[in-house]
Design a protein around this ligand. Structure first.
Ligand code: BMA
Length: 326
């Protein structure tokens, strides 16, 4: 991280929870750019003297695409009206860069390059991969996996010399199942060594994550292991309910789960999380954290409509996860 101050608000005095919401949520309204129906499930990172982000903006035809944005404070964002135009990373192969839609981006710095993963339309949803060195020119490379897959999230450094990614194999619709898997690649093109990381829980033990789960923000390296914030889904009589939870994965073998929260960290409770295009969704896709203080700002989509912020400290989330582990 640079010297930028991450967004922050102190914990309210009467709050007993591990994470707390920004009092001025949502930070990005659904109509923040021309022609947007909704702006949510988006990714941010610090770059040079500002924050930059890749935003999921669905337009008024309800087409899903990703747009570039920047911010001085991580709260007030200027998002481009037009989607990112990716160049093909291999223009001699006309299949590279095919994309009938893009959604739910994640943004990850590995060594000196910024990588974007998203759910890419290629004969159904799969994991699209792109990169940029300057947030001006963007390249799209090979999809990581066969369809159908969602929630592709890179680790911020190579593990045992390989790029590493979490993903969630799915179906072509509103998938009723879903476990998190780990895969690795020598070149970000060929992926293998697929390992099961964690699955859904027993409905009697931790119902909020009993239907499907998916990796959220880029995992954070801590002394205890990789801190993974993820979403977990419960099927209620009115449909899916999306929550946020946390797990700690082993540093060298991240498919081994050391701890995993039995209660959720955040559930849809506020009006802006419960009312929108898809009610009852909190969906984390990015964090900013301050290495010195351990403060963390979590960006999440609410009700598939707006973008919100919540805060905690890395240590508090680790303690919560360890002390309430499945
Ligand atoms: C998932 C994705 C997410 C969305 C969630 C809830 O399948 O489409 O973008 O937030 O459903 O609708």
């Amino acid at each position: 991280m640079s010297n930028l101050n991450i967004p922050w608000e102190d914990k309210p005095l009467n709050c007993d929870d591990t994470i707390w919401r920004y009092s001025k949520n949502p930070i990005i309204e659904r109509n923040a750019i021309k022609n947007s129906n909704s702006i949510f499930n988006s990714a941010v990172i610090s770059y040079e003297n500002e924050f930059v982000g890749i935003f999921r903006c669905d337009n008024k035809c309800r087409e899903m695409n990703i747009h570039f944005g920047s911010s001085k404070d991580g709260i007030n964002w200027k998002i481009k009206d037009k989607p990112i135009e990716f160049k093909s990373a291999n223009s001699s192969d006309e299949e590279v860069g095919i994309s009938s839609y893009k959604y739910d981006p994640r943004l990850c710095k590995i060594e000196n390059r910024y990588y974007i993963t998203w759910c890419n339309g290629y004969h159904g949803p799969t994991i699209g991969v792109g990169y940029t060195d300057d947030f001006k020119t963007f390249y799209q490379t090979e999809n990581a996996f066969l369809p159908f897959n969602r929630n592709g999230v890179l680790f911020p450094k190579k593990i045992n010399g390989k790029f590493a990614m979490l993903s969630r194999p799915s179906d072509n619709g509103h998938t009723q199942f879903g476990d998190i898997f780990y895969s690795e690649s020598p070149d970000l093109i060929h992926w293998g060594k697929h390992r099961h990381v964690m699955g859904t829980t027993n409905i009697n033990t931790s119902p909020w994550q009993s239907t499907k789960i998916g990796a959220g923000p880029v995992p954070i390296e801590t002394k205890e292991g990789w801190l993974l914030i993820y979403h977990g889904v419960l099927t209620s009589c009115n449909g899916y309910v999306y929550h946020m939870g946390a797990a700690i994965l082993d540093k060298e073998t991240p498919w081994k789960v050391l701890y995993r929260s039995r209660p959720y960290l955040l559930s849809p409770q506020k009006q802006y999380e419960c009312v929108g295009d898809v009610p009852n969704v909190v969906f984390p896709c990015a964090t900013l954290h301050d290495k010195k203080t351990g403060k963390i700002a979590i960006y999440y989509g609410a009700a598939d409509t707006v973008t919100c912020l919540a805060f905690s400290t890395i240590q508090d989330i680790i303690d919560f996860t360890k002390n309430n582990s499945l």
